[in-house]
Structure formats: structure tokens, C-alpha cells
Design a protein around this ligand. Structure first.
Ligand SMILES: [Fe+2]
Length: 409
């Protein structure tokens, strides 16, 4: 892809096995929003956040929608880690405007808010009623997802991640009816994100590919998406870190992140995400930083299973990180080393003490991590003790004995 031209990525649609998702990919794809929306409705709710409005992307989206004759109602109050209250506020606006179409424009949070609103608007109740899979009995409105960060892959997923206002639990609410009808991937929209956000979201996409590739639920569909995602993200993320203006690299990372999202939709995630969530909820560690910090240790832990090591080795060989004659162990080592190299380039702290964690929190963190939904999909069963040892490895210069944890295996 020398120039990320506007194309209908039919190969992607076939790979996704989501025949209802029409993926538009390329520079300027945002200008096709109105044309696509007009096929699905006439009164659109545009769900976004204040930062996206400031960057001018909401105005571009609104102009495209209006040029195609749609009425547009704006909800620009999406927040990071959206809560049930945020979804309820969005739903009130949607109900008043009697919308028949929803457009989620922004990072994962705006798309989660848009999906959450769709659940409550069409099926009633509140978000906690949809915690789990397939809880919506009524049809939902068509949704168009327009990501402005290359990371979550939410545009290819049927899940909304919403926090409960009272318990602060992150609720994964999924239903096939919540899957976007159209995903518009325009790399130009990602240029406005701060460099640090590019690093966080890019590393998150990398982790999505590597975790979804090996989960217990891995299957041929997730395998194809995860392979494509890793191939696209690993090389282009490196280019993007050295030149944030590289629009072609941005395009590839954005496309890769969507493939990773489709892989998650098919096979879920693993222990790096389980370990990351308590770090975010307790100290506000950015999701991408938390996942990235945990990823190499989790990959080494999972690679103890020969079948998993074989998958990592295959990814390493395909990416030219290892030779075909290398053993699986050596090729796995090469891919983990490459991940560590990318993490260094991302330039965020990679130790628990850098985020203010103390030794006496390890057991609690580990207990919370194994309780996460994603832990159940990790290819290797994880106990509290296993995770505690993995956390110990994230304290620079520490050993399990230092921390009073039974000797690391
Ligand atoms: Fe993630």
C-alpha cells in the first residue's frame, strides 16, 4: 500500500466472516460516511467526545452526514472508560431526537458509549442488564463505527465495555446485534491523537493480536485475523514510532488493529489483559501501557505449552523475526524480544514501581487478575500464585524471594 487509497476491503470482509460489516479503508474514507449512513437511516446520533470535536473530526462527520440529507444529533460527552451514567445520558439524547441510526466516532470509549446507548435505547433497562453475551432480545439500530485511534478494534466487535457506576466493575456487554454495520477506517483521523496515545493504542493492538492468537477458543477465523493483525502492526508500529507523520504506516496499524478486533470477537483475550485491568483500576495506568508491561512475561509463561510456542514461532517466522530452521523455542524467544523492543520504543515505564505499586499489593492484584473474564481464555490455566509471580517479574531487579513469594518457576 504505497498510498492508502479509498477501497472497499472485500478481502477483509470475507476474512471477518461478518458479512454485515462493510469496511471502508483509506485516506479520506470519512467523507463516505454520509453515503453509507443514508443506506441505513435518516436521523443519525453522532456519539463522540470533546477532544474529537476540538480536532474537527466531528464537524467532518456531521458535514458528510448532512450532505447526504441526514438529520444529525450530536452527543459529545463520551468519557474515557464510559460508565452506565454516561450511556444513560447518551440514551436520553437519542430518545429525544428519535434517531434511527447511531454513529460512534472516536476511540474505543466513544464506540463503547455508542454501542451501550444502542442496547439501552432499543431494549430498555440499564447496561448491567446486558452484561454477558446475547442478552438483547429486541432488534437494535444500525451502527457505523469510525475509529480515530488504531488500537481497540471495537469497530469489528459486538462488545461494549461499560463500567458500573457503583461497583466500578468493567462490564463486557456483547450481542451480535450490536456489531457495527459499517466500519470506516481513515488513517487521517488518527493523526490528531497525541504521540503517547499512538504508543498506548498501538501496543494494545499488538497485544490483541498476540493474545487472541493463542487463547483456548482460538480457531481458524481468529488465527487468520490475528496473523494478519500481527503482520500489519509489528512492522508498521516500529515505523510509526520513528516517524509519527507516516500516514501509510498509520493506515496499516489502523487496519491491523481492526483485524485484531475481529480476532478478539472470535477468540477473546488472555492473561496480559487480566493482569492489566487491576493496574488500570487501582492506579489509572493507561490500558495500553498496562497490557504492554504484562505481555512479554505472559507470553513466556504461555510458551511453556508447546502448542502455544508453536503459534508464536509461526508468527515470528512469518514476520522474518526468526529463520525457518530455528526451533520453536528460539523463534518464540525472538518474537518476545521483538515485543520488548517495541515496548522500549513506545517509551512508557515498564515496571510496577514506576506506577507506585508496592510489594504488599501483589497478592490482591493477583487475586483480582484471575477473577477477570479474560483469564478464563488464557491458553495456560493461571492461579493466583502464577499471576503473583508474573507481577513480581514486573518489579525491576526483584526476585520472588525478595517479595516473599514462593520461588518462581
Ligand atoms: Fe486491550
Amino acid at each position: 500500500m504505497s498510498t492508502p487509497d479509498l477501497i472497499e476491503s472485500e478481502a477483509f470482509i470475507r476474512l471477518a466472516e461478518h458479512p454485515d460489516i462493510n469496511v471502508l479503508f483509506g485516506s479520506g474514507a470519512i467523507h463516505s460516511l454520509g453515503e453509507e449512513a443514508a443506506k441505513l437511516g435518516s436521523k443519525a446520533l453522532l456519539v463522540t467526545d470533546a477532544g474529537i470535536v476540538k480536532a474537527g473530526h466531528a464537524a467532518s462527520a456531521q458535514a458528510s452526514l448532512q450532505a447526504s440529507g441526514l438529520e444529525v444529533t450530536l452527543f459529545d460527552q463520551s468519557i474515557e472508560n464510559p460508565t452506565s451514567a454516561c450511556v444513560d445520558a447518551c440514551t436520553v439524547v437519542a430518545k429525544d431526537a428519535q434517531v434511527d441510526l447511531i454513529v460512534g466516532l472516536g476511540g474505543g470509549s466513544s464506540m463503547d458509549t455508542a454501542k451501550g446507548c444502542n442496547f439501552v435505547l432499543t431494549n430498555g433497562g440499564s447496561m448491567k442488564d446486558y452484561w454477558g453475551i446475547g442478552k438483547a432480545s429486541q432488534p437494535m439500530l444500525p451502527l457505523i463505527a469510525v475509529p480515530t485511534t488504531a488500537g481497540t478494534g471495537s469497530e469489528c466487535q459486538s462488545f461494549a465495555l461499560i463500567s458500573d457506576d457503583e461497583t466500578h466493575s468493567k462490564m463486557a456487554c456483547g450481542d451480535k446485534k450490536a456489531l457495527p454495520k459499517v466500519a470506516i477506517l481513515d488513517p487521517e483521523l488518527t493523526v490528531s491523537q497525541p504521540t503517547q496515545v499512538t504508543a498506548y493504542t498501538g501496543i494494545d493492538a499488538l497485544a490483541h493480536a498476540l493474545e487472541a492468537a493463542v487463547t483456548r477458543d482460538r480457531n481458524p477465523v481468529s488465527d487468520r485475523h490475528a496473523r494478519t493483525a500481527f503482520a500489519l502492526v509489528q512492522d508498521n508500529l516500529k515505523k510509526l514510532f520513528s516517524n509519527p507523520e507516516d500516514l501509510t504506516a498509520r493506515g496499516y496499524v489502523l487496519l491491523g488493529a481492526s483485524h485484531a478486533g475481529a480476532a478478539i470477537e472470535s477468540s477473546m483475550l488472555g492473561c496480559a489483559h487480566s493482569m492489566a485491568n487491576p493496574l488500570t483500576s487501582r492506579r489509572g495506568v493507561a490500558h495500553g501501557a498496562a497490557v504492554g508491561m504484562c505481555l512479554p512475561a505472559v507470553m513466556r509463561f504461555n510458551a511453556e505449552l508447546p502448542a502455544v510456542s508453536s503459534i508464536y514461532a509461526g508468527l515470528a517466522r512469518d514476520a522474518g523475526l526468526a529463520r525457518h530452521e530455528d526451533t520453536d523455542a528460539d523463534a518464540t524467544d525472538a518474537i518476545v524480544t521483538h515485543v520488548e523492543h517495541l515496548l522500549q520504543l513506545a517509551e512508557f515505564p515498564l515496571t510496577l514501581q514506576a506506577y507506585g505499586f508496592a510489594d504488599d499489593e501483589l497478592a490482591t492484584l493477583a487475586a483480582e487478575a484471575v477473577d477477570q473474564w479474560t483469564a478464563g481464555f488464557n491458553p495456560r490455566e493461571v492461579s493466583v500464585s502464577d499471576v503473583e509471580k508474573l507481577y513480581v517479574s514486573l518489579f525491576a531487579g526483584s526476585t520472588c524471594e525478595d517479595k516473599g513469594v514462593e520461588a518462581c518457576s
